[in-house]
Design a protein around this ligand. Sequence first.
Ligand SMILES: Cc1ncc(COP(=O)(O)O)c(C=O)c1O
Length: 375
Amino acid sequence: MSLSPTEQAIPLSGVHFDGREEELVLEVLRSGRLSLGPMIDRFERLFAERVGAVRAAAVSSGTAGLHLAVRTAGIGPGDEVITSPFSFVASANCFLYEGATPVFADIDPDTLNLDPAAVEAAVTSRTKAIVAVDIFGYPCELDELYAICDRHGLALIEDACEALGAEYKGRPIGSDGHLAVFAFYPNKQMTTGEGGMVVTKSAAEWNVLKSLSNQGRADSGGWLEHARFGYNYRLSDVAAALGVAQLEKLDVLLAGRNEAADRYARLLADVEGADPLLANDADHTRSWFVYPVRLADGVDRERLIADLGSQGIATSRYLPSIHLQEYMRGRFGFGEGLCPVSEHASRTLLSLPFWTDITPGEQERVVEALAAALG
Ligand SMILES: Cc1ncc(COP(=O)(O)O)c(C=O)c1O
């Protein structure tokens, strides 16, 4: 690929650091407390405060957090778990690890989150839980899902890995008290490199989460005493230092992403064949994670990807439907037609380059290239 000197490649995502990350990482290095140290407690306290949660448990990834949430909710072999097919695979893998059976309910075509009516229709006597996802940072229909859980005695686990900073009916995601999981991979709203956080209002659940993430050790026991069958899902204090530095400026990170999303929406207003996602309403405030556009039916997405790629502009087919992944088809016999709304979204969405510091010039270049490719 040869680009002119003014046409630098535009990646799909990027991170925003300033001197604070280095300062806090150095503080950890100089303290010698690289694991199970005070920076973890600081990160957990600050995070809980920020999302309005009672307690937060830091873990090594969003996937690890989801797995521990599933363990904490007591999900196991023979249980069915209803979840969204339009998500990253970890939101289903987390209960496959425990031998539970996935039941995919289709999504709402506008929100791209679980359609509560489809969830209700999927409940059986074996259903144990719902893993609801806030896809692309758009809050899922929590109140309707609570009602379903109440009616049928189900647990609700929220995969909020893409939704730090989002709000549902004015309540920050993470503040309602059920188990909810966030993630900090570098393309997320804030990053610790790898990392995640589980929030809960329950002190008992928090104790179990902390124990499970630390090889099943109990507070009262010694280093080689294990009260439970656990894992090493600990986050290091070095990563927690990044987390504290990022949380301190989360408002700046979110504002930059909002601004970039607004700019894309303005630029795309004149482009036929590529529409922005659903806008906020009184009940839903999105926290911008990635920036997918909906391509009109019949648009050749592969040609667009190749065309933009030849100009150094990265794009992504975000997201394939989970039930159609090879291992899912092979193990459970899922096929096309199971969740048509999700499958349509998987065929027609295209993610554009998006991060806190993407410049207006970069966004203009992306949209000009997209418009030309569509035209
Ligand atoms: C919806 C969703 N769930 C789970 C995860 C897993 O998080 P991690 O990559 O930190 O394990 C992600 C991260 O990409 C995600 O987007």
